[in-house]
Each structure stands twice: as C-alpha cells, then as structure tokens.
Design a protein around this ligand. Structure first.
Ligand code: FMN
Length: 254
C-alpha cells in the first residue's frame, strides 16, 4: 500500500508511532509536516494519490494542538481513506480523537480506524519514559494488522471514538522555554519553531503569546541551552503523578 503521512510531531514521539504503523502497511510515499510554519501561506493543500492517509497528532491538554488543526483544515482529501492517530504522554487524551475525527471529516477524509497510542511525555519526561517501547511496538503491530484486515475486506463500518462534543476548553501554553547561558544564538530554534515564536536575530527572545509549549526548540537545540522552567515542570509533575504513573496501553477504534 502507498501511505501518505500527515503528522504534527514537534519532539518526535508522534512521528515514531506513525512510522511504526505505516511500516506495517507499506511504503510512505509522501509526508505533510503540520509543524512546518510554511504551510500557513498555502490556501489549500491537495494531496497526491495514495491508498491510505495516516493523520497523527499529539494530545495537548486533551485536544488537537490548535495550529495542527488549523493547518489540517487547508487539506482537501476527496474521499481518501484515513487512519487517525492520537499520541499522548500517559495522562489522558480526552477529546483529541473526537476532534481529530471531526476535522478529518471536514477535509473530506473517509475515516477507517482510529488509534490512541503512548509516547514519552515531551514536557515531563519521567512519564511514559522511553515509550513507545518493545511492548508498545508489539501492540502497534497487532493494531496495524487489524486495520489492514478491515481495509482488505472493504468493510465501511463507521468508526466510533471516545470523547465529548463540545470539546473541553483548549488551554493556553504555560511552559515557555527560555534560552540559557549556553545559547550561541545559532537560530536553529527560531528556524524550526512551528509557530515562529522565537526571534531569528535574538533567539533568547520568545513571544509568549505565540508559543504553544511544544518543546520543539528544546529538542532541536544543539547546545541543550533551552528549557522550560524546571520548578514549574516539577510542580506540574507532582500534581499529575498519580494519573500519569499507571501504565496505559495502545487502543484501536475500528
Ligand atoms: C503542550 C503539551 C500538552 C500536553 N498535554 C497532554 C495531555 O493532555 N495528556 C497527555 O497524556 N499528554 C500530554 N502531552 C504529552 C504529549 O502528548 C506527548 O508527549 C506526545 O508524544 C508529544 O508528541 P511529539 O513527541 O510528537 O511532540 C502534552 C505535551 C505538550 C507539549
């Protein structure tokens, strides 16, 4: 099968899950990077021919990240079959899948299946650390096979995913990373920021009203000079310890 990947993955966890699923189905022929700020200039994104689209986003406070939702809205799918994937950091994904399903329908995708999967928490790395791990890979393999079977038999049963409408209220970003002394001003963070929140000339300046706390700048910094306020992160981690510490599995909705 020829796969088209449409992914928002600032720190790579969502992409890992998308690749694990896609490699069970066939060959990825095209990638649409929803974290690319250049997409905002495009009024409509028409897709190349493929047998299946895989749309993967992380859960941010139980919702589709707003910028990913907006860029997804530029896509015209013309009835292409798709699998939805929501990746979360072992707390909860709440209304992410239901929102993603609604948005995919508006684009004109025909949703065949949906998956909720786990990857390391990109702010509190102690939660779901190292995931997807070997156990996840096995689960995702099985999930991919079941989806393949549904596609092969041409079954068009509608997919029901968990979540509420109206969706829970989106939260503003609260963990804005800052540049420390090791910053050399190379500007890679500014170049890669999905929402252009960092000044190119002065990468130590971040527009807090634009930042979505996605941690892309932290992940790409060659000097490891950027980080979110460690006290704030520790406080959040303490509040979420109970809910985040019990291992959650990967789920299929078909
Ligand atoms: C701003 C923000 C909000 C998040 N909210 C949630 C959440 O509500 N529930 C959860 O389990 N994980 C949450 N996470 C963790 C991410 O969903 C998870 O780490 C995901 O793998 C990140 O995707 P990426 O590695 O592709 O960037 C959040 C992460 C960020 C950066």
């Amino acid at each position: 099968m020829e796969i088209l990947q449409i992914v928002f993955s600032p720190t790579g966890g969502t992409q890992k899950v998308a690749d694990l699923l896609a490699e069970e189905w066939g060959h990825t022929v095209c990638r649409v990077d929803l974290a690319d700020p250049g997409l905002d200039a495009r009024e409509a994104i028409s897709l190349p021919e493929a047998d299946l689209a895989l749309i993967a986003v992380p859960s941010y406070a139980g919702r589709v990240p707003a910028v990913a939702a907006e860029r997804l809205g530029h896509i015209r799918a013309d009835g292409m079959k798709c699998v939805l994937v929501c990746v979360y950091g072992n707390r909860a994904y709440e209304d992410t899948l239901v929102e993603l399903q609604d948005r995919a329908n508006v684009c004109g995708f025909a949703v065949t299946a949906a998956v909720a999967a786990i990857a390391e928490h990109s702010i509190m790395h102690q939660y779901a650390a190292g995931r997807p791990d070997a156990e996840d890979r096995e689960e995702l393999k099985e999930i991919a096979q079941k989806i393949k079977e549904k596609l092969a038999c041409g079954e068009e049963k509608p997919v029901s995913v968990p979540g509420n409408r109206p969706y829970k209220e989106a939260k503003a970003a609260s963990m804005v990373p800052a540049a420390g002394e090791a910053c050399t001003g190379c500007g890679l963070c500014a170049e890669k920021c999905p929402v252009r929140a960092i000044s190119k000339e002065h990468p130590d300046l971040t527009d807090e009203t634009r930042c979505i706390s996605c941690m892309k700048c932290v992940a790409v910094c060659p000097q490891k000079a950027r980080k979110a306020d460690s006290e704030k992160v520790a406080g959040l981690a303490a509040r979420l310890k109970e809910v985040c510490s019990v291992r959650k599995g990967n789920e299929l909705f078909i």
